[in-house]
Design a binder for this molecule. Structure first.
Ligand code: AMP
Length: 348
């Protein structure tokens, strides 16, 4: 399959990632249709057409999929049932298996482990006894994470010491959770990679990432990490993409520890830590994704500039930001704590 001018790309989810995908798709001559349940979806402003319907509305999903030559998604918490419905009319990329694994931390860690990629010690917990057992074997320390729907540090709780607080108990009673070894890492790094129809893989330079309260604050390229680590990141990305028979862009996050790289998670989509590519590369991650899912050859991932990307979180973006930085305002009308409102790229 190779999309041609005037063909239509469907996007599930209407946030900022969808906005950038629409810009890239439009640049390449495609039309776009966005599907999102929220009437405030910022991407509705840019799409050729949009559906403001819940993901449970099968009729709307069918109608949407019949308009599209290919469908993709901008976030991983799309119900699998929606993908099944769309999949009977239209190809969904990245494939459903990548999404199924990428939306569940337990499957994701098992998957990485099965490929021989190092992960933090982890265990599924169904009750407080499971948790106590894990803590006993891990210096009475662990991070509880919900198996699904967690992002930006949401759905996580750190435990230090053998006492289990009531909020932790409540979390494991009301959600399916895993507990994970708390790592004393040196830094956090990620790599954005793409795989095309022919199986060709291209990787961008890895970035070093800084988080606060589980939310990405900034990403910097080049990352000041050893050359061999950079190579290992690219090899791991290739391994993951090939084994999923993946088509599209992926974002993969790691911890760098004194024992080397530890896989944290992957996002089967374009990724916040790849926003630097908007100003650091000729072909940014959004255009790369559109190229990949359209059956086009992948573009160059060469970095022409060093960049620091900084997220603007919970604040209005004003004109006082210096003109030496490139501003991206997502156009969200409601500002609240922890909400990503935009980002800025600075060439360094
Ligand atoms: P996640 O949702 O898994 O990406 O976690 C959000 C952030 O929490 C990460 O970027 C880290 O800063 C921190 N974090 C997650 N897992 C661990 C871990 N096992 N040990 C230490 N910090 C972690």
């Amino acid at each position: 399959m190779e999309l041609k001018q005037g063909d239509t790309i469907g996007i599930l989810g209407g946030g900022q990632l969808a906005q950038f995908l629409i810009i890239a798709a439009t640049k390449l001559g495609f039309k776009t249709v966005v599907f999102d349940p929220s009437e405030k979806s910022p991407a509705f402003r840019l799409a050729t057409k949009y559906f403001c319907e819940p993901f449970s509305n099968k009729e709307a999903l069918k109608k949407f999929s019949k308009m599209c030559n290919v469908v993709t998604y901008e976030f991983e918490n799309i119900p699998i049932s929606a993908i099944d419905t769309i999949g009977s009319n239209c190809t969904v990329l990245p494939n459903i298996e990548a999404l199924r694994i990428g939306q569940n931390r337990f499957l994701e860690k098992n998957f990485a482990h099965s490929l021989g990629i190092k992960v933090a010690a982890f265990s599924i917990i169904t009750d407080s006894q499971d948790l106590l057992n894990f803590l006993k074997n891990n210096n009475q320390c662990g991070l509880i994470k919900t198996k699904t729907s967690g992002y930006d540090g949401k759905g996580q709780m750190l435990i230090r010491g053998p006492k289990i607080k009531s909020e932790v108990l409540h979390m494991i009673e009301t959600h399916e959770c895993i507990v994970e070894e708390f790592l004393e890492f040196e830094s956090e790094v990620s790599i954005i990679a793409a795989r095309g129809y022919t199986g060709a893989v291209n990787t961008y330079d890895p970035s070093i990432n800084f988080h606060r309260d589980g939310i990405l604050i900034s990403s910097k390229v080049p990352a000041e990490i050893n050359r061999n680590i950079k190579l290992e990141l690219a090899l791991i990305a290739g391994k993951i993409l090939d084994s999923l028979n993946y088509i599209g862009v992926i974002g993969i996050e790691f911890f760098l520890t004194k024992n080397g790289l530890i896989f944290n998670e992957f996002a089967p989509r374009v990724h916040n830590s790849g926003h630097w590519t908007l100003d650091g590369c000729l072909i940014n991650q959004f255009e790369q994704h559109i190229r990949a899912i359209s059956g086009w050859p992948l573009g160059s991932t060469k970095r022409h500039s060093d960049v620091i990307m900084t997220n603007i979180i919970g604040n209005v973006i004003d004109s006082k930001i210096n003109g030496d930085k490139s501003i991206y305002n997502y156009g969200k009308d409601e500002v609240y704590k922890g909400r990503k409102m935009g980002h800025i790229n600075k060439i360094i």
